[in-house]
Write a protein that binds this ligand. Structure first.
Ligand SMILES: [Cu+2]
Length: 147
C-alpha cells in the first residue's frame, strides 16, 4: 500500500507540469479577508501556469513589488481596471500589489514551483498596513500556517 502510494505520488509529480493551468484572482473592494483584497491572496502554481487578474471591482490593478520577484525577472504592472493574464515560467516567489491600494494592504503572493522563500523578502520596505498581510502570506508559504 505504501509503495503504491509513493509510485502514485511520483506519477502525479511528473504528470502535473505537462498540464499548464490558468488560475483566476479577483481584485476586490471587499472580500473574505477584509477590504481591498486579492482573492485568493496566495497561489502555489507550477512553471508554465498562468494567472488571470480579474477586475471584479473597479480602480484596481496588479503589479509586482520591487525586490519581491526572482532574480532577473523584469516585473509587470497592469493598468487600472485592466484584466491581465500573466504567465509564470520562472520558479520563485512573486509579491504582487495593487498600486492605488498598496498602502491599504492590498497584496498577494504567488509561489511558482518548489522553492524556499528568500529571507530577504521579509526585509523589503512595504507600507505599514501591507506588512501584517504580507507576513501572514510569507508564513503560509513557508508552511507555518494555512493560507
Ligand atoms: Cu486595489
Amino acid at each position: 500500500m505504501k509503495t503504491y502510494f509513493l509510485v502514485l505520488a511520483a506519477f502525479i509529480a511528473f504528470a502535473v507540469p505537462a498540464f499548464a493551468e490558468t488560475f483566476e484572482v479577483k481584485m476586490m473592494n471587499r472580500g473574505e479577508k477584509g477590504s481591498m483584497v486579492f482573492e485568493p491572496d496566495f497561489l502555489h502554481v507550477q512553471p508554465g501556469d498562468r494567472v488571470k487578474f480579474i477586475a471584479t471591482n473597479k480602480s484596481h490593478n496588479a503589479a509586482t513589488i520591487d525586490g519581491m520577484v526572482p532574480e532577473g525577472y523584469p516585473g509587470f504592472k497592469s493598468r487600472i481596471n485592466e484584466e491581465i493574464e500573466v504567465g509564470f515560467d520562472q520558479q520563485g516567489f512573486y509579491g504582487i500589489k495593487c498600486s492605488p491600494h498598496f498602502g491599504m494592504g492590498m497584496v498577494m503572493l504567488i509561489k511558482v514551483g518548489e522553492v524556499e522563500l528568500p529571507e530577504q523578502y521579509r526585509q523589503i520596505d512595504i507600507p505599514e498596513r501591507a506588512r501584517p498581510r504580507m507576513n501572514a502570506l510569507f508564513d503560509s508559504a513557508a508552511g507555518k500556517t494555512s493560507p
